[in-house]
Structures are given as C-alpha cells and as structure tokens.
Write a protein that binds this ligand. Structure first.
Ligand code: NAD
Ligand code: 6OD
Length: 481
C-alpha cells in the first residue's frame, strides 16, 4: 500500500517579542507513521521562557492596549485569513507531526483552527455587559455597570492530539479579550504552532502580544512557564496528572487555571436504539484519530438483548476502519501494554497488538483498532484512560445500572447515549456525571456551548462566553447619579 509522506514547510523556531529564533539545544521531531526524523525543535532554556513572559508583559502597555474590541476582532479574522491562505502547509505540518490521515487534518484540525479565531472574534464584539440601577439612601440613585478587563499575560499549554485546534481554542479567546499570550505546544507536535506564529507575525499583531516557546513539560519550558511569577493565568489541556503538577506550581502565585484533562468516556447503547447508527457512531467515537481524542469512547455498555449483535457488528467495523499511528513510541508502548494485559484477562473481539505492514511503516508507532470484552469493571483497561484505538464492551440489564456504570470511575468528561426513546434520552443524559453528553451522535460541536469535564476531567468551562469570561476580569463601576 502507498501512503503519503508529509514535510514541514518551515523550520520550527521560538517567537518571542516579535522575533523568531532557535535558542537552545535542538531535539528531533519524529513522524509517527514511519519513525523518520522530519526536523528538529529548539528546547527553550529558562532565559527564553523569561524573555517570552517579559515580552508579553511589556506588550500589555504597548499599542495593544489601545486596540478596541472591534480592532482585536479584525485582527483575529486576519489571522484566520492567514491560516486559510496557507491551508495546505498547515495540513501537511499537522500530518507530519501526528501521523494522522490527511482527511482528518483537512476536515477537522485546520478548519477548526480557523473557526476558533472567527468564532471568538464575532462573540467578543457582540458581547454586552450587565448594569444595575441602585437606590441610594439619600434618595438619589446610582448606576452600576460591569467592565471586563484582560487578565494580563496568559500561558497556554497544549497537548499533541489536536495540536492546532486545541492551541487556538485558547489563544483566540485570550487575544479577543485583550490579553497577551505565551504559548507552548507539545514537544511532539510543534509545527502548526510555529506556522501560526508566522501567520500572526505577517498579520502584524504588535510585537510581544503572541509569543511561542518550544520544549518539554516537566522540569522544562512547560513547568517554568506555568509556575512563572509573571504569568497571570494558565490555560492547559492535557493529562490529569499534569494538571495536578501545574496546579501545584501555579499555587505559589495564586495563578488562576483553566483545565481540560483526561477522560474515560462511556457510551450507552439501549436495545431501542437504531443499532446500525449506534455501531457507526461508536466506530467513529472510539477510533477517530486512532482514539487519541479526549472525547473518544473507551467503554461501551450495551443492553443485554442486543449485546452480541452489537459486539459482532462493532468488531467487524473495527477490522475495516481506516486508522493512523500512535503519536510516539512511548505512547504506542503504553497502549500495547494495556492490550497485552487485557488479552490475558478478557476477550479480544478485533485487533489487539501492532500491525505488520512489511514496509517503512513498521518503523512507526501503529496499534490495530481493538475491541475488548469480558473484563471486570476494576480492570486497568476499563478504568484508566488508554487514549488509543481501544474500546471495551460490557452488557447491562437496567437503565439504572447503565447510568451507574457510566458514572463509575475517576473521570467525567463526555458520554454518548444511543436510544430511540426520546423520554429515556432526556431522563438519562442529565444524570450522567460528565460535562458533555451526546444523544444519538458524537462530537457534534457548537463552539458557543460549554466545554469541559467534572471530577478528574477538568476545572472550569471553555467555549463561547465561558472562555471569554475566564480570560477576563469583571470589575464593577458604581456611579452616583
Ligand atoms: P500531557 O499532560 O503529557 O502534556 C500536555 C502539555 O503539557 C504538553 O505541552 C507538555 O509538554 C506539557 N507538560 C507536561 N508536563 C508538564 C508540567 N509538569 N508542567 C507544565 N507543562 C507540562 O498530555 P498529552 O500526552 O500531550 O495529551 C494527552 C492527554 O491530554 C490525555 O490525557 C487527554 O485526555 C488529554 N486531553 C484532554 C482534552 C480535554 O479537552 N479534556 C483534550 C485533549 C487532550
Ligand atoms: O472541539 C473542541 O473544542 C475541543 N476542545 C476538543 C477537545 C478534544 C480533546 O482531545
């Protein structure tokens, strides 16, 4: 079989104070499809992180301070135009870094990067503020109104699974509200963030308003940035354990945090569901981006009368689904470790293990889409986030039991309910301990809606006005009249 080889069009560099540079030791950038090195990334030292934060602070009192909300919105649209103008370069860079299929990057990652800038530009200018008339004791009145001010310097730390989408999901609302930003993408997937810096530079955003540093997380650029005393807020997407580490670092300076963390999302399939749609939907929800989406379904509970039929159809679909590699050798090994243990303790209905291609892809980090069954609920493969193309199936007998199974465990990001009974849909969905529930669909996104998780899946909500609220400070002005 032939596969596409993607190249990154521009070498990855830091962007601080309006200047591109490669300060720091370079480390290799690997294409997960075949394991070949596609470039190098400069590892930011502490001085580079300090310089980025300093540039961001200085920019708060530069020309950016006099931009109106409408000026900022126009700038965001200009950035969106710039991404669109270099669409194919962004797609190629996303594919080279992540190994994801071109169709996915071209249909989801890059268009959503554009949409994030446009959506927050439009929302921020159509925003109103609250006002209250107050009766004063002397008989005259007062008018209270709320003013929203930027927080200051915002640190944005992003993961590797949807690199451009998740970075811009935070950068766009932060800029829309007048903040300055220091962003750090994942060390595994820095290329689209670099292209974004080039687009922002060409759009002539004032120097220092957007800064980009590259490097690793723990004891490196990520930790130095999120624990930096010059940072006024941290917006982070990644693993729950990393969220805890960032929170500890941020605590020293009482820095506010917004966290989108891990998940172990459940699907519930009732016997009254359109089974064909439930199978197709579950294939999509479990195997999109090879399961490397925080919203992916890793546990499916199926009402007993249709369990065997559903399991058979899902296993058949899993054998045919198109898929890409895991992002790194380390992540591939973690997923394969789960599969080895699960194979000993339960049943493998499809997939299991790594494929053999007999070509250069054998140097990459592939795992076959896998359907498991028969594991106890406290098994690591059922309880822990795998973040790979692996789904476990188990039967249930009552609606009550289905809800309890879905709600078990430490996470609470998303869930999907498949049912043909409207009353059941409205009864079950709000009882799920998650931030996002879908009924008869998956990952249908409206960017204005609240996005985030409960329990170990996050702190706070992003999306629409939730993001604009996080990235600004409300202040009350009371005027005697
Ligand atoms: P990760 O937590 O390992 O890394 C995310 C980012 O944090 C990277 O840029 C990394 O360099 C940085 N980082 C790591 N340690 C750090 C530290 N101590 N201090 C500061 N920064 C640090 O996550 P990942 O492996 O890149 O991404 C996969 C995880 O992200 C999964 O758990 C997944 O569920 C989660 N995720 C959640 C959402 C959501 O919206 N809830 C979305 C996407 C991914
Ligand atoms: O669609 C989004 O806005 C979003 N935040 C998706 C997150 C996916 C996690 O991997």
């Amino acid at each position: 079989m032939k596969w596409e080889v993607y190249e990154v069009s521009s070498p990855v560099r830091h962007y601080t104070g309006g200047r591109f540079h490669t300060t720091g030791e370079p480390f290799p950038l690997i294409d997960p499809v075949d394991g070949r090195t596609v470039g190098t990334v400069p590892e930011a030292d502490r001085a580079t992180v300090d310089a980025a934060v300093r540039a961001a602070r200085e920019a708060l009192s530069g020309p950016w301070a006099s931009y109106t909300a409408a000026d900022r919105a126009r700038m965001l649209h200009r950035i969106a135009d710039g991404i669109e103008a270099r669409f194919e370069e962004f797609v190629a860079a996303e594919c080279a870094d992540t190994g994801k299929p071109r169709e996915l990057a071209a249909a989801v990652d890059v268009p959503r990067g554009v949409a994030n800038f446009r959506a927050y530009a439009d929302l921020s200018v159509s925003r109103g503020e609250q006002a209250w008339h107050t009766e004063a004791p002397e008989g005259r009145g007062a008018l209270n109104y709320t003013v929203r001010k930027p927080l200051g310097v915002v640190a944005v730390v992003a993961p590797w699974n949807l690199p451009l989408l998740l970075l811009t999901w935070k950068v766009a609302p932060a800029l829309a509200m007048g903040n300055t930003v220091v962003a750090k993408p994942s060390e595994l997937t820095p290329s689209t963030a670099h292209l974004l810096a080039e687009v922002i530079d060409a759009a002539q955003l004032p120097a220092g308003v957007f800064n980009l540093v590259h490097g690793h997380g723990a004891d490196a650029a990520g930790a130095w940035l999120t624990g930096h005393p010059g940072v006024d807020a941290v917006a982070f997407t990644g693993e729950s354990a990393t969220g805890s580490a960032i929170m500890r670092a941020a605590a020293d300076h009482l820095t506010p945090v917004s966290f989108e963390l891990g998940g172990k999302n459940a699907g519930l399939v009732f016997a009254d569901a359109d089974l064909e749609a439930a199978v197709a939907g579950t294939l999509r929800s479990s195997f999109t981006n090879s399961g490397q989406v925080c919203l992916c379904t890793e546990r499916v509970y199926v009402e007993r009368p249709v369990f065997e039929e559903f399991a058979e159809a899902l296993a058949r679909g899993a054998r045919e689904v198109a898929y890409g590699p895991m992002v790194s050798a380390e992540h591939r090994d973690k997923v394969l470790g789960h599969l080895r243990r699960a194979a000993g303790d339960g049943r493998v209905l499809a997939g299991g293990g790594a494929p053999e291609f007999g070509d250069a892809r054998d140097g990459g980090f592939w795992v076959r889409p896998t359907v498991l069954a028969g594991l106890p609920e406290d098994h690591p493969a059922v309880r822990e986030e795998i973040f790979g193309p692996v789904v476990h199936l188990a039967p249930f007998d009552t609606e009550e039991e289905a809800v309890a199974l879905a709600n078990a465990g430490p996470y609470g990001l998303a869930a999907t309910v498949w049912t043909g009974d409207l009353a059941r849909a409205h009864r079950v969905a709000p009882r799920l301990d998650v931030g996002i529930a879908w009924v008869n669909t998956w990952n249908l996104r409206d960017l204005r809606t609240p996005f985030g998780g409960v329990k170990a899946s996050g702190i706070g909500r992003e999306g629409g006005h939730h993001s604009l609220d996080f990235f600004s400070e409300p202040m009350n002005v009371c005027v005697r009249i």
